[in-house]
Write a protein that binds this ligand. Sequence first.
Ligand code: NAD
Length: 484
Amino acid sequence: MTEYLNHFIAGTGVEASDGRRIALVNPVTEQVYGSCARGTAEDVDRAVAAAQRQLEHGAWHQLDGAQRGRLLVKLADLVERDTDVLADLDADAIGRSPLEPRRLDVPNAVANLRAAAGWANQLEGRTIPTGGYFGTKTLSYTVREPVGVVGAIVPWNSPLMITVWKLAALLAAGCTVVIKPSEETPQSALHLAALAQEAGFPDGVINVVTGYGAEVGRALCEHPHVAKISFTGSPEAGREIQRTAGVLFKHVALELGGKSPQIVFDDAPFDDALRGCALGLFANQGQVCAAGSRILVQRGIAERFAAALAEAARAVKVGDPREPGVQMGPVAKKAQFDRVNRYIQLGIEQGASLLAGGVSTPERGWFVRPTIFANANNEMAIARDEIFGPVGTVITFDSEEEAVALANDSTYGLAATVWTTDLARAHRVAAAVKVGAVGVNCWSPLDANLPWGGVKTSGIGREGGFGGAMAYTEEKVITVLLPT
Ligand code: NAD
C-alpha cells in the first residue's frame, strides 16, 4: 500500500508549502511504503492561525464545558469504532504487533477521551476571602481559562495514545492545538483529526503538521502565538525545547525518557515478578518510556531469577508481527537498531554476563533479539542509559537500603516497580524511590484517571487525570470592589 499523507489544517489536507516530502519506511522490509508532507515554518504559521481563530472568535470559543464534553464523548465513540484501523496504523508504522495497541493503546485513548469529557465542565475557580481594598470590602474569585494554542509534539513509540493524552486534556480545557506527530508515524494523528471532524469539532480546533522536529517542532516552539508546548520524547530534544520555548515564556511540559528499576525482593511472588519483568522489558520491543530495563534482584534469588528471565527472552518469537505466533517485531528504525546493538556490544565489553540474545545481524528488517545481561553493576552504560530496545540488565543487591540507593542512583526518575509480599516494605520503598509513578507487584499501570510523568531527567509536569486537564488552564483572579 502506498500512503500519501498531507497536513490537516483548518479541516482540509494540505501539501507542504514548498512541496517537499518525507519517505515512510517499513521496519520489517526496509522498503519505502509512502510519504508524508515535510512541514515548514510557513505551514506551522498557517496551522497556528487556524487554531488561534477558533480559540478567539470561532464556534469553538462559544462552546461551554458541557458542549465540549459532548464532542469528546462522540470522538471517543468514533475512536472506539475504529479501534482496529487505528491499531493497525500505529503497529504497521513501527513494526509492532497490532494486538498490543488493540488491547492497550486504543482502549486507553478511548478512556482518556471519556474521562476528559467529564472534566470539561469541572474546571472550576475559587472564591478567596481577602482583607478588602483600602478599607472597602471586595469579592475575589478565580476562573480557569484555556491556556491558548498548544503545540503537541509526539514520539513514534505509542503515537495514538500519547497524542490523545494531550488532546483529550487540552480540548477539555477549551484550548486548540497543532499536533506534530513523529516523522515516522504521522498516520494515526491524521486519522484522529479526521475523526474529530466527523464528531463535529469545528475546523481549525485540531490541526496536524507533519515533518521533522528541527523544522516543524522548532517552528512551533518559536511561534509567538503558541502558548504551551506539550512534548513527549527524548531528553535531548526536551532540553532543546526548554531552551527555545522557555526563553519565550511559553508553558513547557516535558514527558521524557526513563531507566526504570524493577526491584525484586527475595519474598516476591516469583512467577508474577518474572512475568512482570518480561512484560516491562519486551512490550513494544522495549520501546516504552517506562520500560523496566534495570532489574534489581535480591541476592538469594538473583541467579535463579536472571536464568528464568533469560529463558523467557529466548522463548520470545521474533519476526514479522503480521505472522501468526510472532510475539516481537523489529525495532522501529535503523537508527534505533544501531543504537540497541551498540549498547549490547558495550555491555559485553564492560564485562556484564550475556545470558540471552546479543548483537543482531538480520539479513533484512531491524530485528533485535531479546537480550538479558546479568552480573552487571549500576555504573555500566547498559544500566545508566535509556536503550529503548528489548535489553534487560540484572543487578544484584543485598539489603532494602541498597536496593533504594541503586534505584535512585540514576539521572532518570520516571517509574519504578516493587515486587514483594511484605506490605510495610512495599510502602517504605514506594515512598523512598524518586520517580513519578510506582507499581507494587504490577508493572506500569496506566489509567485515564492517574497522573503520569517523571522527575529529574524524566521530565517536568504531569499528564492524565483531572490535574492533566487543569494543566491546560490559566488561573485568572477577579476582584470586585463592594462599597456599601
Ligand atoms: P525524539 O525526542 O527524537 O522525538 C520526539 C518528537 O520530538 C518527534 O516528533 C520529533 O520530531 C520531535 N523533535 C525532535 N527534536 C525536536 C526539537 N529540537 N524541537 C522540537 N521537536 C523536536 O524522541 P523519539 O525517538 O521519537 O521517542 C523516544 C523517546 O521518547 C524516548 O526517550 C522515550 O523514553 C520518550 N518517551 C517518553 C514518554 C513519557 O511518557 N515520559 C512516552 C513515550 C516516549
